[in-house]
Every structure is written in structure tokens, then in C-alpha cells.
Design a protein around this ligand. Structure first.
Ligand code: NDP
Ligand code: GDP
Length: 328
């Protein structure tokens, strides 16, 4: 019989790639999405992957425990992937309380709904390398101590430990994936990789002349969302729930990531890049570098898409989207 999955955050980057993967595996996929007054649910990412009509959207919000309990009772999922969050670090200083409620307490709501209604289901929590913040070891693993540096990271740390705690307290099959930054053509435009590829495409098409960035010395371990959602799924196929770092093991500066995008578009980065002090953060995570050794040894996960391949794919996708908008 086909398995049933419930994905929170299905309208986001990872939600879309995960939905496509689960459908490929024969799952019945239900996605929790919140409605707004201006539009129906934004399905543009699911549209991009051509899977919108194969997914069942359930009206809901991570802040609404009674709705989550009802959804759990209706859907009876075998697997729950909790990807919903206020996920943008910079906004978390502007909206620390909302971030705490959605990104932190939202996890408690989903875990409570699972514990009350579907305790035999498998649960995945989208934890983040931002939890390492001011890094305590040069290469971060599952045992590296955390030192969060933003309200977002503090909220994620709560969600991470609550997942561990529900596994230990109630025996839930609850796993936490500590995922390092991962990107794709479906990444939100406010994140640095997509901001770069979108701006480079605009400059190339003569729609703008500059790219304004903050701290370009920051280093990140960037992978592709498509590879990373596969790791989420693999984690839940293990007999025993556990926590895993998902990363590439390579770190690159924002400056060098930018160079790849400009070079691919045949543009001179020095003519267009402007450093804007307003884009620096109150506290920075200077460098992240993760070891995916445990995931590789436990279930053979490895990244397949390099940073160069991903940035090229993102620039090309932005060029295509903008050219379409220009001609429409
Ligand atoms: P996105 O920002 O693209 O997606 C976030 C999703 O959460 C959207 O579907 C959004 O819905 C939904 N959401 C926000 N608030 C609520 C709410 N109150 N109730 C229900 N849904 C809500 O994030 P990604 O896809 O990139 O990331 C997925 C998860 O993984 C997130 O939890 C993120 O923090 C985490 N993560 C991501 C990393 C990355 O590099 N991408 C790294 C490590 C962890 P809407 O469309 O309505 O806004
Ligand atoms: P994060 O690691 O989840 O915060 O992912 P981001 O893509 O938002 O940021 C990655 C790094 O790029 C951080 O160290 C930022 O300070 C740095 N950065 C530099 N300029 C910018 C910018 O203009 N926008 C964003 N989002 N990040 C920037």
C-alpha cells in the first residue's frame, strides 16, 4: 500500500523538492499551507516542478495546535516532515517573537499533534547549521556544541532539542536533520545565492547595473536542495531514529560564490558589486563547514551536485524567468 506523507512548509523551496521526490517514490503527499488575503496558496514552486496537481493541500498553520491535531487525524500520515518555519536569519532580528513562535514553538505543536494522534508515525525536523553559529570546532559534526547567533538559530535549537526530547521521552521515531545551507533555482530571493544569481541575470539583461551585498567574507558550506531532501527521506527510512549532519564538507566565501555567477554570465564582478554596510547583521556566523560522515556511513548519502553546477543552474533559471517576464 502507498505510504502517506504530511509535509509542513510545502510551498517553500525544500517542500517543493521533497514533494516531487515523495511522489516519485509512490507516496500520497499532503502539504500544510497557510492562506492569505491577497492570493490563494502560493504554489509557484510546486508549479515549477510540475507537481501541483498531484499534491493535496491542507489548510493550516504551525501556530494552530487544534488544526494540526485535526489534520493528523484526517490524514493519518506514515511520515511527517516539519519544514515550515520563518527561515530567514536577517528577518529574525526584526521579528524575534514571531520567529520563536513559528520556528520554535511550531515544532512543539507538530510534535504534540503527532504524540496525541499518530504516535507510530515517523517525524523529521528541519534543524539548521545556524545552530553552530559561533563555531566551537573547525568542522561541525553531530557532537559539536551549539552556539546560536540569531533569534532564528535560538528558535531552531529549541526545535532540535524538543525533537530529541520527544524521542527520548515518548519513544517517537523522531529524527533531526542538521542541514547546512542548501539552495536551488527555487530558493527565496532574499537569501544570498539567489539574490546574487537573480541580480546577475538582471544585469546581464540590462535591467540593472549593481549588486549590493553585506559581508562577502562570510563562508558557507552550500549544497543543492534536491540532494538534501533525499537525505531527509533516507533518514526516515532508518529503523532507528537519530540526528544527522547533512553538508558537503567544502566551504566557500560569498565573494567566491559570486565570482562563479558573474563569470558564467560573462560579466566583470568588480564593475557591479557594491558593499552596503546596512546589509551587515547584528551578529554574524562567519564560517560553517559540516561533515556528512555519519549520514554517509549510516545510509550512504552523498551530495551529487557541486556549488559550480548549482550556481550555473540558478543563473540560467533566473535568465530564463526574467526573459519570459520581459517578453510577456
Ligand atoms: P522556505 O523559507 O523556502 O520555506 C518555509 C516554509 O514555511 C514555507 O512553505 C512557508 O509558507 C512555511 N511557513 C512559514 N510560516 C508558517 C506558519 N506559521 N505555518 C505554516 N507554514 C509556515 O524554507 P526552505 O524550504 O529553504 O527550508 C525548509 C526548512 O529547512 C525550514 O524550516 C528552514 O528553516 C530549514 N533549513 C533550511 C536550510 C536552507 O539552507 N534552505 C538550512 C537548514 C535548515 P509560505 O509560503 O506561506 O511563506
Ligand atoms: P544564512 O546562512 O541562513 O543566513 O543564509 P543567507 O543566504 O541569508 O546568508 C549567507 C551569508 O551571506 C551570511 O553570512 C550573510 O551575512 C552573507 N551576506 C552578505 N550579503 C548578503 C545579502 O545581501 N543578503 C543575504 N541574505 N546574505 C548576505
Amino acid at each position: 500500500m502507498a505510504k502517506t506523507a504530511l509535509v509542513t512548509g510545502i510551498t517553500g523551496q525544500d517542500g517543493a523538492y521533497l514533494a516531487a521526490l515523495l511522489l516519485e517514490q509512490g507516496y500520497e503527499v499532503h502539504g500544510l499551507a497557510r492562506r492569505s488575503s491577497t492570493s490563494d496558496v502560493n504554489l509557484s514552486r510546486l508549479d515549477w516542478l510540475g507537481v501541483t496537481n498531484d499534491v493535496r493541500i491542507v489548510d493550516g498553520n504551525l501556530l494552530d495546535l487544534s488544526g494540526l491535531i485535526r489534520t493528523m487525524r484526517e490524514v493519518r500520515p506514515d511520515e511527517i516532515y516539519n519544514l515550515g518555519a520563518q527561515s530567514f536569519v536577517k528577518s529574525s532580528w526584526q521579528q524575534p517573537i514571531l520567529t520563536g513562535q513559528v520556528t520554535g514553538l511550531g515544532v512543539a505543536n507538530v510534535l504534540e499533534a503527532v504524540r496525541l494522534e499518530q504516535p507510530d508515525a515517523r517525524f523529521y525536523q528541519a534543524s539548521s547549521s545556524e545552530m553552530y553559529g559561533l563555531i566551537q570546532e573547525p568542522m561541525q559534526t553531530e557532537t559539536t556544541p551549539f552556539y546560536p547567533r540569531s533569534p532564528y538559530a535560538v528558535a531552531k535549537l529549541y526545535g532540535h532539542w524538543l525533537t530529541v526530547n520527544y524521542r527520548e521521552s515518548f519513544g517517537l521515531h523522531a529524527s533531526s536533520g542538521i542541514l547546512f545551507n542548501h539552495e536551488s533555482p527555487l530558493r527565496g530571493i532574499e537569501f544570498v545565492t539567489r539574490k546574487v544569481t537573480h541580480s546577475v541575470a538582471r544585469i546581464k539583461l540590462g535591467l540593472s547595473t549593481e549588486l549590493r551585498l553585506g559581508n562577502i567574507d562570510a563562508k558557507r558550506d552550500w549544497g543543492h536542495s534536491k540532494d538534501y531532501v533525499r537525505a531527509m527521506w533516507m533518514m526516515l527510512q532508518q529503523d532507528v531514529a537519530d540526528d544527522y549532519v547533512i553538508a558537503t564538507g567544502r566551504t566557500t566565501t560569498v565573494r567566491d560564490m559570486c565570482k562563479i555567477a558573474f563569470q558564467h554570465a560573462g560579466l566583470d564582478m568588480d564593475k557591479h558589486l557594491v558593499i552596503d554596510p546596512d546589509l551587515f547583521r547584528p551578529a554574524e556566523v562567519d564560517v560553517l563547514l559540516g561533515s556528512p560522515k555519519k549520514a554517509k556511513e549510516a545510509f550512504g548519502w552523498e551530495p551529487t551536485i557541486s556549488l559550480e553546477e548549482m550556481i550555473v543552474e540558478m543563473v540560467d533559471a533566473d535568465l530564463k524567468r526574467l526573459a519570459y517576464l520581459k517578453s510577456a
